[in-house]
Structure formats: structure tokens, C-alpha cells
Design a protein around this ligand. Structure first.
Ligand code: ADP
Length: 359
């Protein structure tokens, strides 16, 4: 049908453009409908490998469907393993000496933490990108042990109201490893943040749990602060080539972003308003940086937020970026869903010929 044709053409066009911008990928994930209508698709009309169409009632302009195309679209039935399998090549490239950023973007409740960490009751199938990435890192470094000797270390930071906090700071059993020149070259530039050597996935799981606990401690004062701060797990990898003796460095940033929902300024004041403004500012800054990288602008505005400053060495140049944008299918989330998809479209800066499709 005509509709199928448009989908097909958009997909082709998208891939052509994205091939030119090989270092930035955008994947979209739609979580299942929560609540009592498990089989409902809500406002999602169509999903295939690279396209998603959203039903828009007249309230949002012309009634019809809006089509968005991405490198990949994962529907509600996609498993954690499937989502990760397309991420795997990036993990390998960290061990080849590249810097990689993986972001989870979306409104609160859209599934960011699910993708990065997993469901609350964690099962093996439920393990998220963070765990799978780390276990892959160790696995591949083990495979390469006759040619490379790798050391791996971990940092965990939180950005809240443009303040950076070390989530690995409070446990007495962790020795303080100040950032040295070696690491600050390819890493996050936070003097005094703990950087902890690890030698197995279980070391990392221990640290992740500690970081999550530290994050939770401060959230008792302010209800669920975790949705209003960015958390960043950084894995530094140093590999020594056993024949030539040369060293390569790569790092992997796994970033669970603050909820992207717009806050109605007429309804919040004080701390909540301040938080909302900081979040808007930093997500906009991230969007600006990625958009300017993908359109190959010579000026990249890193300095407009803490987040982009911290990740400056890992955004642009040879670095690789993957953005997971998350969508809630419920009709009452439609406004946020559309603004999330617009953000995603902008960071990919791909303008498709027929973005709006009407039946
Ligand atoms: P966020 O981190 O964006 O605030 P969560 O990851 O906490 O959102 O997800 C909100 C709720 O939806 C949680 O109960 C989570 O377990 C559930 N959920 C999210 N994504 C999925 C998914 N792909 N499959 C099943 N449940 C999901």
C-alpha cells in the first residue's frame, strides 16, 4: 500500500543519511502498556524495525499519524537480550580504544531504568544494558588475554541541579583513587571522584548497588530524586598490547538521564521549579551538542551544561554515541511522547520527506 511505501522510502532515506553520520545512533524503545490493558498499543499505531507511527488526535494538530524513523525501533515485546544485541559492537569498540556514550532518554516511567538496569525484581533475562555491557567487556578482554592486558576501573557520578556528586564516595571500604593524568585523558574530568579498579562483573555489580544506595539516601528528603538527576556509570579501560607494548584507552559512559517531562511552570515553585529548569537546560544542551555533531557543525556547545562538559571527550571526534529514546504507549502520555520523538529526531537531524502520513 501507499503507507507501506512511505515507510520503506523513509527507512532507506534515514539509513543513507545515518550512514554518513556513522558515530551517532538513535534507537527507540516502546515499553508495554502498563495496567489493565496489556495488549493495547495505546497511541502507537505501527512499529517495524526502523519506523514508529503515532496516532495523533486533532488536539495535536491535524488528526492522523505521525511517522518517525530511527536506526532501530524496539516494540513492547522486545527482550533485554534483543535490545542489547544491537549495542554489543559498541562495547567491543571500547576495548579497541574508543570512547562510547550510551544514553537513556525519556519521560519518567517510560522505561529508562528498565533498559539500563532492569526490572525491580532482577532476573537473568531482565538484566539491563549496564550489566550486559560489563559482562561483555570482561568476556572480550578475557578472549584477548594473549594479545592485550586490560585493566578496568569504574566511576559513578550523579548530576543534580548542575552539581556533580560522586556516588562511590561514602563507603569506607573503597580506597580513594584520585583521578590521575592517565585516566583524565580519556575520562570524566572530576578531580577527586573515586575511580575504582574492578576485575569481574560482580565487582561492578557491588559498586552499582552501592551507587544506587547512595543515590537513594538523598532521595528520602526529596521525593524520588533519581528521576530528576542524571546518573552516569563510567567504565575506564586501559589495554596494553603485549607485543608492541603500546597502550590504548577507551571509556564507556552509561547514562540514565533525568526524566524529560515538561513541568508546568504555573504549577510548581521553589525547588521543583529549579530542578525542572536545570533538567530542561541540561537535556537541551545535550540535544544541541549531539545535533551539532551530527550536522558536522564546527562549533559544538559543550559548555552549556555540566553533563556535556563532563562527557566532552566522549562526544564527537572518534567517539560513538547511542541514544535510547523511550516511549510510553498510554494515550495520556501522548504529548510527552511526541516531544520525546521530536527530540530524538532532532539529535539524529534527519529530515524525512514524508514525516506525516495520513490514512
Ligand atoms: P524510568 O526509568 O523511565 O522512570 P522505569 O524503567 O522505572 O522508567 O519503568 C517504569 C515501569 O515500567 C517500571 O515498573 C518498569 O518495570 C516497567 N517497564 C519499563 N519498560 C519495560 C519493558 N520493556 N517491559 C516490561 N516492563 C517495563
Amino acid at each position: 500500500s501507499g503507507y507501506q511505501k512511505v515507510l520503506e522510502e523513509n527507512r532507506k532515506l534515514y539509513n543513507q543519511v545515518m550512514d554518513l553520520k556513522g558515530n551517532i545512533r538513535v534507537y527507540c524503545r516502546v515499553r508495554p502498556f502498563l495496567g489493565n490493558q496489556p495488549n493495547s498499543f495505546g497511541c502507537v499505531d505501527h512499529i517495524d524495525e526502523g519506523n514508529i507511527a503515532i496516532i495523533t488526535p486533532s488536539k495535536y494538530g491535524k488528526e492522523g499519524r505521525k511517522l518517525f524513523s530511527f536506526n532501530k525501533v524496539f516494540g513492547p515485546a522486545a527482550t533485554q537480550a534483543e535490545v542489547f544485541s544491537d549495542t554489543q559492537p559498541l562495547i567491543r569498540s571500547v576495548l579497541d580504544g574508543y570512547n562510547v556514550c550510551i544514553f537513556a532518554y525519556g519521560q519518567t516511567g517510560s522505561g529508562k531504568t528498565y533498559t539500563m538496569t532492569g526490572p525491580k525484581e532482577l532476573t537473568e533475562e531482565g538484566l539491563g544494558v549496564n550489566y550486559r555491557a560489563l559482562s561483555d567487556l570482561f568476556h572480550i578482554s578475557q578472549e584477548r588475554r594473549h594479545t592485550f592486558s586490560y585493566t578496568v576501573s569504574v566511576q559513578m557520578l550523579e548530576i543534580y541541579n548542575e552539581q556533580v556528586r560522586d556516588l562511590l564516595a561514602t563507603d569506607g571500604s573503597i580506597k580513594k583513587y584520585p583521578l590521575n593524568a592517565t585516566f583524565s585523558q580519556s575520562g570524566i574530568n572530576v578531580p577527586d571522584a573515586n575511580i575504582v579498579p574492578v576485575s569481574s562483573p560482580s565487582d561492578v555489580i557491588y559498586l552499582m548497588n552501592l551507587g544506587h544506595k547512595n543515590r537513594a539516601v538523598s532521595s528520602t528528603a526529596m521525593n524520588d530524586r533519581s528521576s530528576r538527576s542524571h546518573s552516569c556509570l563510567t567504565v575506564h579501560v586501559q589495554g596494553k598490547d603485549l607485543t608492541s607494548g603500546t597502550t590504548l584507552r577507551g571509556c564507556l559512559h552509561l547514562v540514565d538521564l533525568a526524566g524529560s517531562e515538561r513541568v508546568d511552570k504555573s504549577e510548581v515553585t521553589g525547588d521543583r521549579l529549579k530542578e525542572a529548569q536545570h533538567i530542561n537546560k541540561s537535556l537541551a544542551a545535550l540535544g544541541d551538542v549531539i545535533a551539532s555533531l551530527s550536522s558536522k557543525n564546527s562549533h559544538v556547545p559543550y559548555r552549556n551544561s555540566k553533563l556535556t562538559q563532563l562527557l566532552q571527550d566522549s562526544l564527537g571526534g572518534q567517539a560513538k554515541t547511542l541514544m535510547f529514546v523511550h516511549i510510553s504507549p498510554e494515550p495520556d502520555a501522548l504529548g510527552e511522547t511526541l516531544s520525546t520523538l521530536k527530540f530524538a529526531e532532532r539529535v539524529a537531524t534527519v529530515e524525512l520527506g514524508a514525516a506525516k502520513v495520513n490514512k
